[in-house]
Design a protein around this ligand. Structure first.
Ligand code: AMP
Length: 419
């Protein structure tokens, strides 16, 4: 072990487990790719104000969890704690919204929050996200929920639930907020929570502590205060999900930890994950563009956590069927064979066959062990005598059978489907 370790709250992705992470990212991205979402990549850090304004001054993310630093040039930057604000900033900066709406984008990357680490909660984590910018259409909200659902199903996950709520809009939320504050002020709550009543009362609904939840019986719910437009919009989202055969649960207390959400909000929770059960979430953010200085662009999006999705797979005992990284492993015996087989390995790779080589001048025993460990279906072994005869030995690692194949024919032979 070296003197250094990965920083607290972080971990390294290393083979073979890292393969599952890549596969999860790919599985989440695949439905987006075939639904008109284009790939966007933004910097790992942004002006701190983007998040302060975008995510919300009163959120835990902004007040407690951001990695903020000052550059030598005096700029105040923050490592990105989430993706939406950056993606919207990038879309506005590139004027994508002037080239036809909605702008549909997906992304994948690392995010940073200074949180108390525990299983499923890290200071560096990975999300795949999607945003549909600039259209107010319940079918877009439904599309995104359906695509996330499809992604999880394609991985074989089934022990998850979709929680759905509407947070209203600027018409109906202010009156509700006031009614909620009135109710909450009558409760027996600690100092911190009382402060929250003033700045972000909806978050109190989300408080997981039993002592708080017990007092929330009879709390006014936004569901009963939605304006007609929000009610109608929400009904349409629900109908479209029903039509698509996507099960969901209405959760009138679902609020989520970011301030920018309006109307549709949803969370994917997995029941095998303990306290960090949210594998993904999102919603509509109709006011965010204006909050960061852009035009009115009603939008909707989600982010799914790659780390927790991998944990969910483990919880359900799902092993992804990943193709072996290596199909052919070459084992040379002697210098001449080394030169010839190394050239063959390059040829195989160029022909699209995943191939690897016994490096390090190993003896046959160690080399065959390496071939085994690689998961390769075939080993190609050759010594001086083989080469003198113009052949290599092709060994099927599954059956153990071995046969000589002409050196000139080996690439074509291994390129054939099923080899
Ligand atoms: P949020 O951006 O908070 O809505 O989170 C969206 C998803 O990202 C969550 O459902 C988690 O899967 C994942 N996520 C958020 N924060 C963390 C974290 N600290 N560690 C691991 N995953 C996280």
């Amino acid at each position: 072990m070296s003197t250094f370790q990965a920083p607290k709250g972080t971990y390294d992705l290393i083979p073979p487990d890292s393969a599952a992470y890549l596969a999860v990212r790919e599985a989440i991205a695949a439905p987006l790719r075939r639904s008109g979402y284009g790939y966007v990549e933004t910097p790992g850090f942004e002006d701190v104000e983007l998040f302060a304004r975008g995510v919300g001054e009163s959120t835990d993310i902004v007040t407690k969890e951001m990695y903020v630093f000052e550059t030598k040039g005096g700029s105040r930057l923050a490592l990105r704690p989430e993706g939406t604000a950056s993606v919207l900033r990038a879309a506005l900066q590139a004027n994508l919204h002037k080239q036809g709406l909605p702008v549909k984008l997906w992304y994948s990357g690392s995010y940073y929050r200074y949180e108390r680490p525990q299983k499923g909660r890290y200071r560096h984590f990975s999300q795949v996200g999607a945003e549909a910018i600039g259209a107010e259409d319940p079918a877009l909200d439904a599309e995104l929920i359906i695509l996330a659902n499809d992604a999880y199903r394609s991985l074989g996950l089934s022990n998850f639930r979709i929680l759905l709520n509407s947070l209203g809009d600027k018409e109906c939320r202010p009156a509700y907020r006031a009614a909620l504050q009135d109710f909450l002020r009558g409760l027996d709550l600690d100092e911190d929570t009382r402060r929250r009543i003033d700045i972000n009362p909806l978050r109190v609904l989300d408080d997981k502590r039993p002592a708080v939840q017990a007092q929330l019986v009879g709390v006014p719910l936004l569901r009963d205060h939605l304006c007609e437009a929000c009610k109608e919009y929400h009904e349409q989202v629900r109908e479209l999900l029903n039509d698509a055969g996507v099960d969901f649960e209405d959760d009138p207390k679902l609020v989520r930890g970011l301030d920018y959400y309006t109307r549709t909000t949803f969370e994917f929770v997995h029941d095998g994950l303990g306290s960090q059960s949210a594998v993904g979430g999102g919603g509509r953010y109709d006011g965010l563009s204006e909050m960061i200085g852009g035009p009115a662009l009603p939008s909707v999006g989600w982010a799914l956590g790659v780390d927790r999705t991998v944990l969910a797979l483990e919880a359900e005992g799902i092993e992804l069927e990943l193709p072996a990284a290596t199909t052919v492993f070459a084992v040379p015996l002697g210098e001449e064979a080394r030169r010839v087989l190394f050239a063959k390995v390059s040829e195989l790779r160029r022909a699209g066959v995943a191939a690897d080589f016994a490096y390090g001048g190993k003896g046959i025993k160690a080399a065959m062990k390496a071939a085994n460990r690689s998961g390769a279906r075939f080993a190609v072994v050759a010594g001086e005598r083989d080469l003198a005869e113009g052949v290599v030995q092709l060994k099927d690692m599954r059956t153990g059978e071995q046969e000589p194949v002409a050196l000139d024919a080996i690439v074509d032979r291994l390129r054939a489907p099923g080899a």
